[in-house]
Write a protein that binds this ligand. Structure first.
Ligand code: SAM
Length: 243
């Protein structure tokens, strides 16, 4: 049987007991259906898994006995950061989930002229929390022991002003293919437009900030497909899909 693996936002010192707050306690007993004596793996994003066992389930909550720590997750061979034009709900969820599975190190949701979603104030905070949950779920499933950084959403122009030199813009009309691009250093930043693409003004601004356009073959990919294809190409050529 597969041992469940859960993220816990707590210190996980080996050989200690941890009383879980209501949310994670409910998840363990009602969703994963764990009871006293059942084993699980848990992680808090510090790079190591811990073996754990359900020590008690009762009125006072769920208590876990935290066991030995596993091996530390190695640093990524190629650190990939993704600037993602904000698209409609399920497209963003899909892009974030798959980008995390494929090993992205950092994610920036970006407001663009053609982002169809109006998010601000409390709604924006709720959506950021939701995206964080999607990212954590992908870490739990894929065995990642460090959480990728999920930045606050920014307007594209603000993000471009601070963009790393050599940032790559995924652009179906770019003269150069991603796979022909010179091998990157240890880090690469990718920018992807939302479902309607970037506006001519935004493309011009990106180029004025030194962003380099690269294309992914002859077809127009959906906003949630393009980042995944690009991350897979980068990981296969220069990252951890070579292993
Ligand atoms: N009508 C838009 C256009 O022509 O730009 C289509 C936008 S596409 C659905 C969403 C985003 O995916 C684009 O802004 C671009 O960043 C990326 N994209 C889609 N297909 C691509 C390709 N073949 N090469 C590079 N980037 C691509």
């Amino acid at each position: 049987m597969r041992i469940p693996r859960v993220y816990l936002d707590h210190p996980l010192d080996p050989q200690t007991e941890l009383r879980l707050p209501q949310g994670p306690a409910r998840h363990l007993t009602q969703v994963l259906r764990l009871g006293p004596g059942d084993g699980l793996a848990c992680f808090n994003g510090d790079g190591r898994d811990r073996a754990a066992q359900v020590a008690a389930v009762g009125r006072a909550g769920v208590v876990l006995a935290i066991g030995a720590a596993g091996a530390v997750e190695p640093a990524p061979v190629l650190r990939i950061v993704l600037g993602l034009g904000i698209s409609r709900g399920e497209r963003m969820d899909y892009a974030i989930q798959k980008a995390v599975e494929l090993g992205v190190a950092g994610l920036w949701p970006l407001f663009t002229e053609r982002s169809m979603v109006q998010l601000q104030g409390e709604r924006l905070q709720r959506r950021l929390e939701h995206w964080r949950g999607v990212s954590i779920g992908a870490c739990e499933q894929s065995g990642r022991r460090r959480l990728p950084a999920l930045a606050d959403a920014l307007p594209l122009a603000e993000w471009l002003a601070a963009a790393a030199p050599g940032t790559l813009l995924l652009d179906p009309r770019a003269p150069q293919a991603l796979a022909q691009w010179a091998p990157p250093g240890p880090e690469v930043t990718l920018l992807v437009g939302p479902e309607g693409g970037l506006s001519p003004r935004e493309l011009d601004l990106a180029h004025r900030h030194g962003v380099v356009g690269v294309r992914l073959g002859p077809r127009i990919l959906r906003a949630e497909t393009a980042p995944l294809a690009a991350i897979a190409v980068l990981q296969a050529l220069w990252g951890d899909l070579r292993d």
